[in-house]
Design a binder for this molecule. Sequence first.
Ligand code: HEC
Ligand code: HEC
Length: 190
Amino acid sequence: MMRLIVLLGGVFFAQMALCAPDADPQNGRRLARQCKTCHGIDGASTIPIAPHIGGESATYIARQLTRFRDGARVHEMMSVVASALSDADIRDLAAWYASIPVSASLPDAVANSGAPQKCVACHGANGLAVHPDAPNLAGESLVYIMTQLKAFRSGRRQHQAMNKIAAGLRDAEMRQAAQWFAAITFRVSR
Ligand code: HEC
Ligand code: HEC
C-alpha cells in the first residue's frame, strides 16, 4: 500500500513538473470553449485543416500559441484567436490540452518497420512524439501535414531542424511520409 502511494506520488509530481509552475488546467478547460469548434474540448480536432492538440507537451502548445500571437507563425484563423490570449491564458490552455491522455494505433496489418525512417527518431513510428520538442503527428490530416511540411520547406514556418529536414524531401517522399502518419488512428481518452 505504502509503495503504491509513493509510486502514485511520483507520477503526480512527474506530471506537475511538466506544467508551468502556476498553470491551472481547469481554467484552461474553461478557456478551451473558444477552441472547441476546431480542436474539440479534448484536443481531437473536428476539421481537417486543424490539428489534434490533445496530449501535445505543454511546452510545444505554449510555444506555438506564442508564435501565432507574436506573428512568427501566421494563419488566418489562429493568428486572430491567439492575439486575444494573455501569457496566463496560454499557460493554462497548454496545461489543459497537455493533460489529456492520447493513444495511437497503426492500421491493421501494418508494422512499425514501414514508418518513414527520416521521421521516427523524433515523431515515433506510430506518430506519438518521442522527442520532447516534437509534436505528435498521429492521425493528423494529409492536408495539415502537407501544408506544414511545405511551410517548413519554403521557410514560411521557421524551425531549425524541420526547415532542414523538409528542404531535403522531394514531393513524393513528403506525400509518402504524410500518408503514413495520416493513416494512423488517434484517440483521446476522456
Ligand atoms: C476557427 C478554427 C480554430 C479555432 C477556434 C482555434 N484554432 Fe487552433 N488551429 C486552427 C488551425 C486551422 C490550425 C492550423 C494552423 C496552420 O495551418 O498553421 C490551428 C493550429 C493550432 C495550434 C498549433 C498546433 C500544432 O500542432 O502545431 C495550436 C497549439 C492551436 N491551434 C491551439 C488553439 C487554441 C488553444 C485555441 C483556443 C484558444 C484554438 N487553437 C482555436 C484552427 C482553430
Ligand atoms: C530531429 C527531430 C525531428 C525529425 C527527424 C523530424 N521532425 Fe518533424 N518536427 C520536429 C520538431 C521539433 C517540430 C516542431 C517544430 C516547431 O516547434 O515549430 C516538428 C514539426 C513537424 C511538423 C508540424 C506538426 C504540427 O503539429 O504542426 C510536421 C508535419 C513534421 N514535423 C513532419 C516531419 C516529417 C514528415 C519528418 C520526416 C520526414 C520529420 N518531421 C522529421 C522534429 C523532427
